[in-house]
Design a protein around this ligand. Structure first.
Ligand code: FES
Ligand code: FES
Length: 280
């Protein structure tokens, strides 16, 4: 054995001493031995290798678990990582989905079921555009895992109308001009519909005066409505119309529209009188 070979073996022994038994076994199993191992260890600081080996071992354990699982075939379905089967009741119909366990309800609705009425705004729980109703409660679908909705009733904006008849909240939003671009509107309406039920249940809010008694069928003031809808942002600033619409449906009392679209006759008169700027 020449000096050079002796030095290589010495280096290899020294580096190997820094490895755990598992790490040595793993490198042996991967066929990284002899000079190849020395070169490998030279390129990877022992500390970093520890982490690397740990991850490899962890992965091997996961694969071993999957192979032994009766659901292994299902879990390795092509194109879907970490697949889980979910049964959802969406707008009255049962849907069976196989989704990545990390899939949020919003993406499952939009990308798997084509229910694009629910909108993705911030995708981090701050705008409310993705609001849907799950088992009667409003939730942010961008922060809700689809898998956590197993067996639950999900209602989206597409499920509110009864055939050709709009839900009263939808009709009120139109009547009171509760939207402009409409992007936030599905979330606003779902939120508003669930809000009515919260008032019926006597759920209190941050601005409810008497927290000791929470009577059912709470009468909601404008302030209450604004507070309870504060999680739904409207960049067009359609808030006055939104509050008016919710108030009308909540109270059951028709309130007058504060604005309307001008008729052809009104437009003609306004032009003749030089008041075209006043037309809404
Ligand atoms: S998209 Fe969910 S809160 Fe904004
Ligand atoms: S109507 Fe445009 S964001 Fe609300």
């Amino acid at each position: 054995m020449d000096d050079n070979q002796e030095r290589q073996d010495f280096d290899l022994t020294e580096s190997d001493e820094q490895l755990s038994a598992d790490e040595k076994t793993l490198l042996d199993e991967l066929g990284i031995v002899g000079a190849a191992r020395r070169k490998f260890l030279e390129q990877n600081m022992a500390a970093a290798l520890g982490t690397f080996a740990f991850h490899l071992l962890a992965k091997e354990e996961v694969f071993a678990t999957l192979a032994a699982s009766p659901d292994a075939v299902f879990a390795s379905t092509a194109g879907v990582e970490n697949a889980v089967k979910v049964l959802l009741k969406i707008n009255g119909s049962t849907q069976r989905l196989e989704v990545d366990s990390r899939t949020v309800l919003l993406d499952a609705l939009r990308e798997r079921l084509g229910l694009t009425g629910t909108k993705k705004g911030c995708d981090q729980g701050q705008c409310g555009a993705c609001t849907v109703i799950v088992d009667g409660r409003r939730v942010l679908s961008c922060l809700t895992l689809a898998a956590s909705c197993e067996g639950k009733e999900v209602t989206t904006i597409e499920g509110l109308a009864d055939a050709d008849n709009l839900h009263p909240m939808q009709a009120a939003f139109i009547k009171h001009d509760g939207f402009q671009c409409g992007y936030c509107t599905p979330g606003q309406i779902c939120s508003a519909v669930a809000l009515l039920q919260e008032a019926k249940n006597g759920d209190v809010s941050h601005v409810t005066n008497n927290l000791r008694t929470s009577p059912q069928n709470l009468e909601l003031s404008d302030e209450e409505i604004r507070e309870r809808m504060s999680g739904n942002i409207c960049r067009c600033g359609a808030y006055p119309g939104i509050v008016a619409a919710i108030k009308e449906v909540h109270s059951g009392r028709e309130t007058a529209q504060t604005r309307h679209f001008a008729s052809d006759e009104e437009i003609a008169i306004a032009f003749n009188e030089g008041k075209a700027d006043e037309i809404v």
